[in-house]
Design a protein around this ligand. Structure first.
Ligand code: IPE
Ligand code: IPE
Ligand code: MG
Length: 249
């Protein structure tokens, strides 16, 4: 029995978020430049998006570039920006053909204008895709997101558009960059680190976490299946007791 056959297709996580880590170490172990690790990582994004769609996952949010990653050496930042453009140009026709819809979250205004334009064009060209949403977190950090929402709500309160007591979880969540998506069911981090590095702090409140030592360039369909099987072996209680969950109360 293959790993994919062990998956209960009725209980596949609908939204998987992934911290794609380990590209640099993968390259270093092979005496390659870090950018070559990122390049291999792009190929894995292609494969995993299609594998996830085949397994019935409806949304994949990939942490591709964090706010803190702007502090990397300029050469690496430039290589990553160029890779985004290359990847979008290479992948857009296949995305349209395979029903993959692109979405982007993050402070993209910090990115070079040509990268912003290329992303925007891909978002428009793939907007009809219904098989899976590929949501890329670029220039993203959860503290940026939450601070930005606080500013927006404070401004609306000052302008008299809302009252402070109107701010509840629902209103707050409606301003998240992921307001068009359900919260992730499963978070995967590759590369062996046990942290979330400023990713989706609000949205991951009830996600199941899965960590693997595998570097992102080595991650494959088998790895994804293992993560999904681990997820399916857990009981999501959302604060309730196990008995309540089993009796659907
Ligand atoms: C993740 O790989 C990709 C990005 C953060 C852009 P890293 O580049 O962080 O790889 P390591 O952690 O140095 O191995
Ligand atoms: C997290 O990886 C960000 C992305 C995968 C894009 P990092 O490699 O930047 O995380 P830290 O710095 O080790 O926490
Ligand atoms: Mg890293």
């Amino acid at each position: 029995m293959s790993l994919a056959e062990k998956i209960d297709m009725q209980r596949v996580p609908q939204h998987i978020a992934i911290i794609m880590d380990g590209n640099g170490r993968w390259a270093k172990e092979r005496n390659l430049d870090r950018s070559q690790g990122h390049r291999k990582g792009l190929d894995v994004v292609h494969e995993i998006t299609n594998d996830a769609a085949d397994l019935g996952v409806k949304c994949l949010t990939l942490y591709a570039f964090s706010t803190e990653n702007w502090n990397r050496p300029q050469e690496e930042v430039n290589a990553l920006m160029a890779l985004v453009v290359y990847g979008i140009e290479r992948e857009t026709p296949g995305m349209i053909a395979n029903g993959v819809r692109l979405s982007v979250i993050g402070d993209t205004s910090r990115m070079p204008i040509d990268v912003q334009q290329r992303l925007q064009r891909c978002i428009e060209e793939t907007s009809g895709g219904t098989r899976i949403t590929l949501n890329l977190a670029l220039s993203y950090s959860a503290r940026w997101e939450i601070t930005h929402i606080a500013q927006t709500l404070a401004r609306e309160a000052c302008e008299g558009k809302i009252k402070p007591e109107d701010i509840d979880e629902k209103l707050f969540a409606s301003h998240l960059t992921t307001a068009h998506l359900n919260d992730p069911d499963l978070l995967i981090r590759t590369g062996g680190e046990l942290r979330i590095s400023n990713f989706l702090l609000w949205q991951l409140s009830y996600a199941e976490f899965y960590f693997t030592d595998e570097y992102w360039p080595d991650f494959n369909k088998e790895s994804l299946c293992k993560a999904i099987i681990s997820y399916q072996n857990r009981e999501r209680r959302f604060g309730k007791t196990s008995e309540q969950v089993k009796n659907n109360k």
